[in-house]
Design a protein around this ligand. Structure first.
Ligand code: HEC
Ligand code: HEC
Ligand code: HEC
Ligand code: HEC
Ligand code: HEC
Ligand code: HEC
Ligand code: HEC
Length: 305
């Protein structure tokens, strides 16, 4: 019968029993040490989240369900390199929005206007793992939007008068984050022209929070302060076949003059019309562009000529 005794480890020449013993002891200690190291590591564990590895994963206030369920491999695939250790041991299972659309419906599906950052990467706004905020958003809502919208940030910072929901960062009262059928990324329709034939429905965005009476009643003593005696000047300007859209006069985000009135009407694009309002206790005097100044007074009706 053949000798089935294993060869001496590493072909250590067997001289006598005295010299082989320290080598064996050394090897056994090495193996035990290595084994104990490995069993502590993430790699040998069947979870990526242990006391030593990615320990904060799943500990935040809001945790993404696949993370909570340790389905790391839904998004991370092993490349074959050693982990931990080598760089590039994992790659994402899909790139950009496709990573998320493995499980989520495409929020842009069937919508006329797609918010460009959702086409680029959902992680522009969402942390893929978890966070201290609902939906794992990177920033509180207002700040989140202002990360990219410098122009709006500038309007808000420069405005003496800010529209309250804007100042509170409640952009989503009027806008949606992913996609919309109503430009610009609005929850519901709002006229984008300078003039429009008035209907209450067209201004439902504003009338969600403001009374429509000032615009539907020709005469009023309380529905609006924009009135001359009891004649509503909101009605006069807005409720007509060629009615002025609110943002001819008001900045929807903020503006320089009281009652968030623009100092320049932006409605005509490059050709901005200067507006100058001097408020009094009971009315105001307005200088608009090249027109004659006009005044209104709620107590003593002004006759402009
Ligand atoms: C929904 C998809 C998704 C899931 C599920 C997921 N990740 Fe990630 N993870 C990402 C994305 C996206 C990145 C950013 C990667 C990049 O930019 O290369 C990332 C980055 C990382 C990073 C490196 C950057 C960082 O944030 O520290 C680690 C570590 C990580 N993930 C660990 C995990 C672990 C552990 C799990 C499971 C508990 C997990 N991930 C589950 C999507 C996911
Ligand atoms: C492996 C499947 C899977 C992948 C991939 C995935 N998600 Fe999720 N996600 C879920 C599940 C399941 C929930 C919990 C159920 C729900 O609310 O839809 C969830 C919830 C969410 C929520 C919270 C929903 C809420 O109403 O609170 C957000 C936000 C979210 N995911 C964003 C993302 C983003 C961004 C990505 C890509 C980086 C992504 N998800 C990738 C499965 C996934
Ligand atoms: C511009 C920032 C931004 C981007 C980019 C973005 N989201 Fe969101 N997402 C939000 C905000 C803000 C909310 C919270 C909406 C709310 O509370 O009404 C949200 C909510 C969600 C929710 C919860 C359900 C819902 O619709 O309210 C899911 C799921 C989600 N997003 C998935 C995605 C996916 C998938 C992508 C990429 C295709 C993506 N998001 C890209 C900002 C963003
Ligand atoms: C990661 C960057 C990014 C973030 C975050 C972001 N946006 Fe945008 N948004 C863009 C880009 C890019 C465009 C297209 C270019 C433009 O019009 O500024 C756009 C367009 C828009 C438009 C349409 C502008 C137009 O003239 O048609 C609105 C409205 C808008 N975003 C609102 C928001 C709101 C509200 C939030 C927060 C929920 C937000 N954005 C967060 C990048 C971003
Ligand atoms: C009260 C409703 C309302 C709120 C709140 C609001 N917006 Fe708007 N936003 C609008 C309307 C209406 C328009 C379209 C104005 C127009 O036609 O000129 C608009 C336009 C925009 C545009 C397109 C560029 C422009 O000025 O025309 C961006 C970007 C935008 N908003 C971002 C934001 C951000 C960011 C916030 C939060 C800080 C916010 N909005 C809050 C109503 C609102
Ligand atoms: C989410 C609720 C909300 C929406 C939508 C909204 N507003 Fe406001 N608005 C407010 C609040 C709150 C104030 C501050 C309290 C007040 O004066 O009524 C305010 C104040 C104003 C003011 C200044 C009033 C003052 O006394 O200083 C004007 C002008 C105005 N809004 C116009 C608009 C226009 C135009 C729209 C539509 C594009 C609109 N609002 C949509 C909530 C809203
Ligand atoms: C021709 C300019 C003009 C237009 C167009 C206009 N407003 Fe005004 N609005 C004013 C003036 C001026 C005031 C200030 C009245 C005062 O306090 O003396 C005002 C005040 C307001 C106020 C404060 C409460 C009040 O009525 O006194 C709200 C809210 C408001 N406007 C909403 C709107 C909405 C919504 C639209 C569009 C449907 C609109 N405005 C269109 C000029 C205008």
């Amino acid at each position: 019968m053949k000798n089935l005794e294993p060869a001496a480890p590493f072909n250590v020449p067997v001289k006598d029993n005295c010299s082989i013993l320290p080598v064996r002891v050394f090897l056994i200690i090495m193996i035990i040490t290595l084994l104990s190291l490995v069993s502590d590591s993430c790699f040998a564990s069947d979870s990526c989240v242990t006391a030593d590895c990615h320990a904060d994963m799943g500990k935040a206030k809001f945790v993404h369900e696949p993370v909570a369920n340790s389905e790391c491999d839904a998004c991370h695939a092993e490349t074959g390199k050693t982990h931990p250790g080598d760089k590039g041991a994992f790659e994402l299972t899909e790139q950009g929005p496709a990573l998320c659309l493995q499980c989520h419906d495409n929020p842009g599906e069937g919508k006329k206007h797609i918010h460009p950052p959702i086409l680029e990467d959902c992680t522009n706004c969402h942390n893929p793992h978890q966070g201290s905020r609902q939906k794992f958003l990177h920033e509180p809502l207002g700040d989140l939007c202002l990360m990219c919208h410098d122009q709006i940030e500038q309007i808000i910072n420069d405005s003496n008068y800010k529209h309250e929901p804007v100042a509170k960062g409640e952009c989503l009262n009027c806008h949606v984050p992913h996609a919309s059928n109503f430009s610009p990324m609005l929850r519901i329709f709002y006229p984008r022209n300078v003039y429009t034939k008035f209907t209450s429905k067209k201004f439902a965005l504003c009338f969600k929070c403001h009374e429509s009476d000032a615009f539907t009643n020709r005469l009023t003593t309380d529905a609006t302060n924009f009135r001359n005696g009891d004649r509503s000047l909101h009605y006069v300007h807005v409720n007509r076949p060629k009615g002025r859209v609110c943002n001819n006069c008001h900045g929807v985000h903020g503006a320089e003059q009281p009652k968030i009135i623009h100092s320049e009407s932006p409605a005509f694009g490059a050709w901005n019309i200067p507006i100058d309002v001097k408020m009094t206790k009971t009315g105001a005097t307005c200088f608009v562009g090249c027109h004659k100044e006009r005044s209104y007074d709620r107590i003593k009706k002004v006759v402009n000529n």
